[in-house]
Design a protein around this ligand. Structure first.
Ligand code: ATP
Ligand code: MG
Length: 346
C-alpha cells in the first residue's frame, strides 16, 4: 500500500513522525507493508517557491492509495494560501466528499462536559453546499451595498453523503441525527431533509431524527452521549465537528478523514489541529490526533485489525499519567508518548 505523506508545517512534521512510527509498529505485527513517499509541500515551500505544492501535485497524488497529512499553515502566510493552495484543491480533485470526525471519551482525558462517556461520529459534506464561490457584491461603497452568497446542494451530492452516514450508523449503534435548519433556510435544507427521509427507507434498521442545528449544538455540550452518527452540510458539519472536538477535551487528540468512499481517488487522513506555531519545535505536541488519523487510514485501507490495535495502544497510553502531553495535564514529551504508543502497538 502506497502512502503519500505530507508532513506540512510546524507540529505537523512532528506528529507525522509519530504516526509513521505507530504505523510501522502495527504493520510489522500484523504482517503487511506500507511504503511512504514524503512531499515537502507547505508554507516553507510557498515562501521559497511561491506555491504550496508543485503544479502537477494533484496528479502525483492520484497514484497513491492514501494521503497522510500533518498540518499546513504558518504565521505570515495568509490562510487562503494554505487552504486554497493545498487542502481544498486536494479535497476537491480527489472527490473526498466525506469528512469524518470520530469523537469519544478516553480514560485520562478530561472533558469540559458533565456526561462521563460518549462516542459518536460527525459526518460532514466536504465538497459542495454553503462553501461555494457563487454569488456577488453589488453597489460597492453605496448605502444600498449588498452581498449575495449562493449555497449549492445537488441531489447526487446530498444523496451520497447522507447514504454514507446511514451506512455508517448501520455499522455502529444504528442511530442517525441529521442537522438541518429547514425552518429558516427554505430552499436547500428542505431539499436536504427530503433526501434524508428517502435514504432512511433504504436503512430500516437505523433510527433517525432531523434536528434544527441549534438543538444538536446545545446537546453536544449537555448530552453528547445521545449521539451515534451526526450528518450535516459543509457549513453545519464544519461547525459541529469543531464543537465536538472541543467537547472531547483536547484538539490534540482529534482525528479526521477526508474520504472518497468510491476509492477512485486517494483519501486523506489528518489530525484536526493546525501547525501550532506556539509549541512547534518544543517537543510537547500531542501525537494522538495524528496517530488516530493513521488508524482511520488503516481502516480505510482494509486493515480494521491493525486500526483496532492502534486505538487500543492510544487507550493504554492515555490512561497512564506518565505518557500524557501537557495539553492533557501531563509532562510527557512527544517522544515519550510515541515510544509508549509503539510499545503498546508492537
Ligand atoms: P489552524 O492552523 O487550523 O488555523 P489554529 O492556528 O487555529 O489552527 P492550532 O494550530 O491547532 O490552531 O492551535 C490551537 C491551539 O491548540 C494552540 O495553542 C496549540 O498549541 C494547541 N494545539 C494544537 N494542536 C496541538 C497538539 N497536537 N498538541 C498540543 N497542543 C496543540
Ligand atoms: Mg493557525
Amino acid at each position: 500500500m502506497r502512502i503519500a505523506v505530507i508532513p506540512g508545517d510546524g507540529i505537523g512534521r512532528e506528529v507525522i513522525g509519530a504516526a509513521r512510527d505507530a504505523l510501522d509498529a502495527v504493520s510489522a505485527t500484523h504482517g503487511f507493508k506500507l511504503s511512504y513517499t514524503e512531499f515537502d509541500w507547505g508554507c516553507e515551500r510557498y515562501t521559497r517557491e511561491g506555491a504550496m505544492m508543485p503544479a502537477d501535485g494533484l496528479d502525483v497524488l492520484r497514484d497513491f492509495d492514501s494521503i497522510l497529512l500533518g498540518a499546513v499553515g504558518w504565521p505570515g502566510v495568509p490562510d487562503h494560501v494554505s487552504l486554497w493552495g493545498l487542502l481544498i484543491p486536494i479535497r476537491r480533485t480527489s472527490r473526498q466528499y466525506v469528512n469524518l470526525r470520530p469523537i469519544r471519551t478516553f480514560t485520562g482525558v478530561e472533558t469540559p462536559v458533565r456526561e462521563a462517556e460518549f462516542d459518536f461520529v460527525v459526518v460532514r459534506e466536504n465538497v459542495e453546499g454553503e462553501y461555494s464561490e457563487a454569488g456577488g457584491r453589488l453597489n460597492r461603497g453605496f448605502p444600498d451595498e449588498l452581498a449575495i452568497q449562493e449555497a449549492i446542494f445537488t441531489r447526487a451530492g446530498v444523496t451520497r453523503i447522507v447514504g454514507h452516514a446511514f451506512a455508517l450508523a448501520a455499522l455502529r449503534r444504528g442511530y442517525l441525527t441529521s442537522a438541518t435548519k429547514s425552518n429558516g433556510i427554505v430552499q436547500t435544507l428542505p431539499f436536504w431533509d427530503e433526501i434524508v427521509a428517502e435514504r432512511a427507507e433504504h436503512h430500516p434498521g437505523v433510527r433517525w431524527d432531523a434536528e434544527h442545528i441549534d438543538a444538536p449544538a446545545a446537546k453536544f455540550v449537555l448530552q453528547p452521549g445521545r449521539f451515534d452518527v451526526v450528518v450535516g452540510s459543509n457549513l453545519f458539519g464544519d461547525i459541529l465537528s469543531d464543537l465536538a472536538a472541543a467537547v472531547a477535551g483536547s484538539i490534540g487528540i482529534a482525528p479526521s478523514a477526508n474520504l472518497d468512499p468510491t476509492r477512485e481517488f486517494p483519501s486523506m487522513f489528518e489530525p484536526v489541529h493546525g501547525s501550532a506555531p506556539d509549541i512547534a519545535g518544543t517537543g510537547v505536541a500531542n501525537p494522538v490526533g495524528a496517530v488516530w488519523s493513521a488508524a482511520l487510514m488503516l481502516e480505510h485501507l482494509g486493515r480494521p485489525d491493525a486500526a483496532a490495535a492502534v486505538l487500543a495502544a492510544i487507550e493504554t497510553t492515555l490512561a497512564q499519567p506518565s505518557t500524557r502531553t501537557p495539553d492533557l495535564g501531563g509532562t510527557a514529551s512527544i517522544r515519550e508518548v510515541t515510544e509508549a504508543l509503539v510499545r503498546s502497538a508492537s
